[in-house]
Design a protein around this ligand. Structure first.
Ligand SMILES: [Zn+2]
Length: 324
């Protein structure tokens, strides 16, 4: 059966909250800090304007959801002393938001605002790469992967990042998604990029993302300061990157044009995740387990990202019962 990403009707939403939604599907990392979090709800599909909600326990949350059957439900990434006033900030999860509709190098035929299995699987590749860097380079462990309904949230709850400032989060994001060009004044330059490691192996990371971006460019890709000829040559010679032959690639492109391309690629890398979300300490995010009513998908805590498929694991029952 082909799953269509269409809005849920009010009736379908009702059925979902009555028969399918289970408070036990709300992840432990939310329940364990329930009383410190602010909740927000969108009751009519006009944005989450019912804010500053709190719940003393899971049972109260359950009752609220069963009665209200909200269009969308959110909770804060922040923990507060007084969540009802959004005051007494203590700490916030570090979040990476990868929305399939905003992936800058989509290879599918989606129009703006649309998502499909192809760009959703690209979004998944991206979160896997983010997870690798968070674990491998930064040594983080409490990493939760959430299917958000139209993309993915990576939510990190390690103590070492929970209290970090907006500024620091911005830097962490730049590092994790390879959004900053390594220092070109370094005499080793890019020819040996894959071998030269500046603090914390950043170059290696930048190379990895740049390779990903270049390999996903299409003839239609728009890059700052990159003309049609350069884009064409990039597509022509990028096969060298599949074997990490950056020297060969750069040699064919030419050093000046290569630098131009790399600057443009860094800017594309920057938009792989929504940095605004990562630096916002008081952001609310869709509550895992709840319905994304615009596409009729469940926001879902992912147990095994390797095998996770939103079209198997995040489709509410009512979608299968639809008659076209
Ligand atoms: Zn798509």
């Amino acid at each position: 059966m082909e799953i269509k990403l269409q809005p849920a009707t009010n009736y379908e939403r009702k059925i979902f909250y009555k028969e399918e939604w289970d408070v036990n599907d709300v992840p432990d990392f939310v329940i364990d800090s329930l009383t410190s979090r602010e909740f927000g709800f969108d009751h009519y599909g006009q944005g989450p304007n019912d804010r500053y909600k709190t719940f003393p326990d899971a049972l109260r949350l359950k009752r609220f959801m069963k009665v209200k059957q909200p269009f969308a439900a959110y909770c804060s990434v922040a923990f507060y002393d007084k969540p009802k006033q959004r005051k007494g900030w203590k700490q916030s999860e570090l979040v990476f938001d990868v929305d399939a509709k905003d992936v800058p190098i989509r290879t599918c035929d989606c129009n703006e605002g649309e998502v499909c299995d192809k760009c959703l699987s690209q979004a998944k590749d991206i979160v896997l790469m983010i997870k690798d860097v968070l674990e491998g380079d930064l040594g983080l462990k409490n990493i939760n992967m959430i299917y958000s309904g139209r993309g993915y949230h990576v939510r990190v709850l390690d103590e070492s990042v929970m209290t970090s400032s907006s500024d620091l989060r911005g830097q962490i994001v730049q590092y994790v998604i390879g959004a900053k060009e390594p220092d070109l004044s370094n005499s080793m330059g890019f020819t040996n990029l894959q071998h030269f490691i500046i603090p914390y192996g950043y170059s290696k990371n930048f190379t990895k993302w740049s390779k990903y971006t270049i390999l996903h460019l299409t003839e239609k890709s728009k890059l700052d300061n990159v003309n049609t000829k350069l884009l064409k040559d990039t597509l022509k010679f990028r096969h060298f990157l599949e074997d990490d032959q950056w020297g060969m690639f750069r040699g064919n492109i030419g050093p000046i044009r290569f630098n131009k391309l790399i600057s443009a690629v860094a800017r594309i890398n920057m938009s792989i995740t929504d940095t605004k979300v990562s630096i916002d300490l008081k952001r609310i995010l869709r509550l895992p387990s709840t319905l994304h009513s615009k596409v009729s998908m469940k926001s879902t805590l992912i147990k095994n990202i390797e095998t996770f498929d939103p079209f198997d694991d995040a489709v509410p029952q009512f979608v299968y019962e639809r008659k076209d």
